[in-house]
Design a protein around this ligand. Structure first.
Ligand code: FES
Length: 366
């Protein structure tokens, strides 16, 4: 029987998870999950993608507040009664959120640990963020309220890896024991305990997956490289399913997974095999740098620019943050994701270099 085996929350985004025997599912996801986040002095979010050492910060709930500890640092308590009343406009991926600034003392603690000036913010009752193109609420999670991982899928992945990994590499909220690997791809709606969930979208994985949660050290390749060999679909490497709760209620470890509705899963293949079939040369003209290179119609624009020695700034490399946006002045590209762009930018011909592939000769304003 398929059942829920482990439950995790991550009160501060990108820090260590807390395992729970049961949890309250709220509109935004599990209670206390990703309600805090670190941002830089300009309000841009900071995560384990760029700062893997964040995964070494431990959090515990205590009567005094959140007890926060980390290697080589004195511990602190984060106490809501000491929060500032100041609101900060912060950016997470392509969303802007009005968040509550916590306290300058906490900023110092995290800045000292990260060796970079940063601020701790709280997703207050007045803060507002929705899942893209929906009315469903989400806090400081990447884009969806909950993430489900199937242990059977991890087991199958591990058969391809020299060094097996645990589910915690994928930072799940819900770890389930499924009947077979990747059965979760076929679910459209499920019920666990008191709560029904929409199985909204496969989770597109980035280099954060390569960070070992035990050590905080990022492997240069695995497991993302292996996943790319059999979990590639339309520019994304998927593992796990994003869920949206359809009601609130309690879920508990041991609860059965009831399948309410199924769907046809995407057809996954190897990224390399997909890219080498039907390969054709295209000319890419970087108008801002006045450089033209011969590229191809298979590789991401960002990668082709890098190979040509042209620096397009990036962050997530997953189509979410918007950092790599560039304007296409002529020619055709295949857009794999435009999540990191707003409607005006799309209208003006902007694309995300990390998430598009030239289909013809193109000119870009870079
Ligand atoms: S680097 Fe984040 S959208 Fe391209």
């Amino acid at each position: 029987m398929q059942s829920l085996t482990e439950l995790y929350i991550y009160p501060i985004k990108s820090t260590k998870g807390i395992e729970l025997p049961q949890a309250l599912v709220e509109e935004k996801g599990l209670k206390d999950d990703r309600r805090y986040m670190l941002v830089d002095l300009e309000g841009k979010f900071i995560t384990g993608r760029t700062h893997p050492q964040l995964t070494q910060i431990s959090i515990e709930f205590s009567k005094k507040g959140l007890f926060v500890s980390a290697p080589k640092q004195p511990s602190i308590y984060i106490q809501p009664e000491l929060f500032s009343t100041q609101t900060l406009n912060v950016d997470i991926w392509s969303d802007s959120v009005q968040a509550q600034h916590c306290n300058i003392e906490y900023d110092r603690w995290f800045s000292s640990f990260l060796k970079q000036e940063c601020q701790l913010v709280y997703f207050a009752d007045t803060s507002n963020r929705t899942v893209k193109n929906t009315q469903y609420e989400v806090g400081f999670a990447d884009g969806y309220p909950l993430l489900l991982i199937n242990q059977a899928s991890i087991d199958q992945l591990n058969t391809h890896l020299d060094a097996p990994i645990s589910a915690l590499h994928f930072r799940p909220n819900l770890l389930i024991k499924g009947d077979t690997a990747f059965i979760e791809d076929t679910w459209a709606r499920i019920r666990i305990g008191e709560v029904a969930f929409q199985v909204s979208k496969p989770c597109s994985r980035c280099t954060f997956t390569n960070v070992d949660p035990k050590t905080g050290v990022a492997d240069l390749e695995q497991p993302l490289k292996t996943l790319s060999q059999f979990r590639y679909h339309q520019g994304d490497i998927d593992f796990g399913q994003n869920l949206i709760p359809l009601n609130t209620g309690i879920i508990r470890c041991g609860d059965a997974i009831e399948i309410l509705e199924t769907q046809i899963p995407p057809s996954y293949s190897s990224m390399l095999a997909t890219q080498t079939s039907n390969k054709e040369a295209v000319q890419i003209y970087f108008a801002g740098s006045d450089i033209e290179v011969t590229g191809d119609n298979q590789q991401l624009l960002l990668e082709q620019a890098e190979q040509a020695g042209i620096n397009i700034p990036y962050s997530c490399r997953g189509g979410k943050c918007g950092r790599c946006k560039t304007q296409v002045l002529s020619g055709e590209v295949s857009v794999l994701s435009n999540e990191g762009l707003n409607d005006n930018e799309i209208e003006a011909g902007y694309v995300l270099a990390c998430s598009c592939i030239p289909l013809s000769d193109i000119t870009i304003n870079h």
